[in-house]
Design a protein around this ligand. Structure first.
Ligand SMILES: [Zn+2]
Ligand SMILES: [Zn+2]
Length: 129
């Protein structure tokens, strides 16, 4: 069965659907911290499983190092981090998400004040390919 999750930004004008989310985890890199204000909780989704259902014209892309950032130009909500074949979609925008976090990336760069409180696998940088 295909699982579909809906997401919406803070102002509600950008809406999207993702099919068959792969996993949920955190990225603690300094780029995600600057982009979101803390670590980025994201859902890994194949790029062909992500589609906008409204407001695509409001989506703006910032060409960040390694992974371009896509956000709502009206309210500023972080939407997704473009990893090429996969998107890392901001988890907080999908209210029906039921996955449990399974990984922490870039833990070597996490904020000093951020204490990891779950037992998901931690990687100092990225998982070995
Ligand atoms: Zn918005
Ligand atoms: Zn990151």
């Amino acid at each position: 069965m295909t699982e579909t999750l809906k997401g919406a930004c803070l102002c509600g004008r950008v809406q999207y659907e993702v099919q068959d989310p792969d996993s949920l985890g955190y990225c603690h890199c300094t780029r995600c911290q600057r982009w979101t204000g803390s670590s980025l909780a994201g859902v890994v989704v194949a790029k062909e499983s992500f589609r906008f259902t409204s407001g695509e014209d409001l989506v703006t892309r910032y060409e960040s190092e390694f992974a371009p950032r896509n956000f709502c130009s009206n309210c500023g909500s972080s939407l997704y981090d473009d990893l090429g074949e996969q998107y890392f979609v901001a988890a907080g925008l999908m209210r029906e998400l039921a996955l449990k976090p399974s990984f922490h990336l870039q833990v070597a760069y996490k904020a000093n004040w951020h204490e990891i409180g779950d037992d998901a696998t931690q990687f100092a940088e990225n998982p070995p390919a």
